[in-house]
Design a protein around this ligand. Sequence first.
Ligand SMILES: Nc1ncnc2c1ncn2[C@@H]1O[C@H](COP(=O)(O)OP(=O)(O)OP(=O)(O)O)[C@@H](O)[C@H]1O
Ligand SMILES: [Mg+2]
Length: 331
Amino acid sequence: MTPLLKIDDLAVDFISRGQVTRVVDGVSFTVNAGEAVGLVGESGSGKSLTSLAVLRLIPVPPGHIARGRIELDGVDLLQLPIDQMPEIRGRKISMIFQEPMSSLNPVMTVGDQVGEAILLHQRMSREERRARVVQLLKMVGIPDAEARLRAYPHQFSGGMRQRVMIAMALACEPRLLIADEPTTALDVTIQAQVLGVMNTIRQETGTAILLISHDLSVIAEVCDRIVVMYAGRVVETGPVAAIFDAPAHPYTDGLLRSIVRAGHEARRLYQIPGSVPPAGTIKAGCPFEPRCARKVSRCAVEMPPMFDHGSGHGAACWVTAPANASDGEVR
Ligand SMILES: Nc1ncnc2c1ncn2[C@@H]1O[C@H](COP(=O)(O)OP(=O)(O)OP(=O)(O)O)[C@@H](O)[C@H]1O
Ligand SMILES: [Mg+2]
């Protein structure tokens, strides 16, 4: 089966004052049709840039895609003429961001804005369009949708505005919805509701989701599979259950120990010591080595390949590699 999205060996550079900094380095993963994949990692790990590369929205210059392929239904988006990208962004891939207020027009009603998003992609009469707006707003759980069409964004709460953004993103019936920290600005209860909306739309529309978050517990609410990034690289990937039960990379283990699990005490349990190295400062070896409690001498000198831990679970770690491991392609 051809995956819906296949990112293969993606590398992104930023160039400033003649200095080239590699901020995404050899990232590979797939998203199948209808699947929800979570991209997780600390701030600065390259999550947003990876997703922006998919839409070819990295600012060039100073950014530059140095190598790799990004296939949508087998077609390499990086080879398409750039004037074909609006068509892809409008019809096949939608994206929502962290801050819904900055993406909504404050002087236009919510109904008109969702209607305009529909107008961009589909021809239909005014009446049909209005019905579709109501349908979309209902799908994302906006109560009393008919009446709220005439409201302005400032009359909505943050969670409701994020729902409107999701409704607009769904207007074109995308195959893939990329959501970059969609709930980070929301408080915990509202966050759970918006994640619930993501689950509903996935069930009702079959849209695949690439959910980006620094929080593994957010990812676990929605996703089937997790891709863990650290310092511009993928360090672990696998089904949610496998990663939560038996993380195979010490970094993922640290991330898991730092989240508040449902039913447990509501406090931060653990913080990984140290911080992500600034982009471009990684020398040879594993990027996590300076912070790793389990490192061995090899880790500082040789970058571990992705080792196969079975059933689609892979980790780039020398220490946890299975004894008879081959560095199979785990994507
Ligand atoms: N316009 C830019 N110019 C130079 N460097 C950039 C630019 N945008 C991002 N970077 C660098 O690229 C790296 C990855 O950034 P990215 O935004 O993808 O991280 P992220 O994982 O999304 O982090 P966050 O969780 O904070 O959103 C960072 O180190 C950042 O400093
Ligand atoms: Mg980001």
